[in-house]
Ligand binder design. Structure first.
Ligand SMILES: [Zn+2]
Length: 329
């Protein structure tokens, strides 16, 4: 936040301002600080307001709105102008808000129309190598099985590669972003030096963005139409929408990881090593919910043998696909 001159911050006038939490309790709103910003989300079943300390621009159910007075920080506490209640009463309808009675995120549980599948490595980059298998080959075979499974169930699929070629990580993310994918699925195979480790594991990205990645993300971000701010993508609106998307994406990715994990667990005797946040660059650059699947260890002789089998590859590909679709009953 920029401060002009060196005027001492004035106490909020109680005629116009209320403490953030007092206001939230009075209006039955949950408060959430959005990661990495001075933004706060105030939400209930019907309305979602995003405010930024020091700015008179807000969003109400994704639509940009102006306040006469800006929310402010005074002695470490956030104060909001009481006029904010007008935006609760007159909030525009939003498809982004779950309807009452639906589960959290229920409104987003629209079956994905386009899934971009990213078979890791390829071409000059073989990935991890076992005694006779290369990771790039396993990843591609399972990715294609996953794609067939989804296509047969009416989901459109695109791949970052469909053959043995090298694609840089940033380009993979760009393919998914440009295509406007609803979900992004990375398929990889693990390896360790010792060769004893086995099992599958899954990752998603949480909010560990560096500021340069955040800036890149913002520059590349095209705001979904439901936020109603096409043509008005100034920096602040982009920052607010970024925070919302990041939060939504995190929740959706976590759900995706859990569902795919359950589904894989049901088809393989290979140990379930769990799902957790991971640092993978390709997932940090995509704008949509994602899951990064390590299907097994090519360095483990038993798993390498399994991973060479067509039927095992198919059952893993189908399990990943089922895990995705299980989320959209
Ligand atoms: Zn890999």
């Amino acid at each position: 936040m920029l401060l002009f001159g060196c005027a001492r911050a004035e106490a909020p006038d109680p005629r116009w301002f209320s403490g953030l939490y007092t206001f939230a309790i009075a209006h039955d709103l949950r408060v959430e600080k959005l990661p990495g910003t001075d933004s706060y989300k105030l939400a209930n079943d019907r309305v979602e307001l995003v405010i930024v300390a020091g700015s008179n621009q807000i969003t109400a159910n994704g639509q940009p709105r102006m306040l006469a007075r800006s929310p402010m920080v005074y002695q470490g506490s956030v104060y909001v102008p009481t006029e904010l209640e007008n935006h609760i009463v007159f909030a525009p309808p939003s498809p982004a808000i779950p309807s009452p009675g639906s589960t959290r995120g229920g409104a987003r549980r629209k079956k994905p129309e386009l899934v971009v599948i990213d078979p890791g490595h390829g071409g000059k980059d073989a990935g991890a190598c076992g005694r006779f298998l290369k990771e790039k080959e396993i990843n591609l075979a399972i990715a294609l099985e996953l794609g067939r499974y989804l296509t047969a169930r009416g989901v459109r699929v695109a791949y970052t590669r469909e053959d043995d070629r090298f694609i840089p990580l940033d380009e993979r993310a760009m393919i998914a972003n440009k295509a406007g994918a609803d979900l992004f699925v990375c398929i990889h195979t693990n390896a360790t030096r010792s060769g004893t480790a086995r099992g599958f594991e899954l990752y998603y990205v949480d909010d560990k963005y560096s500021s340069s990645e955040r800036a890149k993300w913002l520059r590349g971000l095209s705001i979904p139409a439901r936020y109603g701010c096409r043509g008005r993508q100034d920096e602040l609106i982009r920052t607010i929408v970024y925070s919302i998307l990041l939060e939504e994406g995190k929740v959706a990715s976590r759900e995706l990881v859990e569902s795919v994990k359950r589904s894989m667990d049901a088809v393989t005797a290979s140990p379930n090593r769990g799902g957790r946040p991971g640092p993978w660059r390709v997932m940090r650059l995509v704008h949509m919910p994602h899951v990064f699947v390590e299907v097994g260890f090519v360095s483990n002789p038993e798993e390498e043998r399994q991973l060479s089998s067509l039927s095992y590859r198919r059952s893993l590909g189908e399990a990943i696909g089922k895990g995705i679709l299980d989320l959209y009953p």
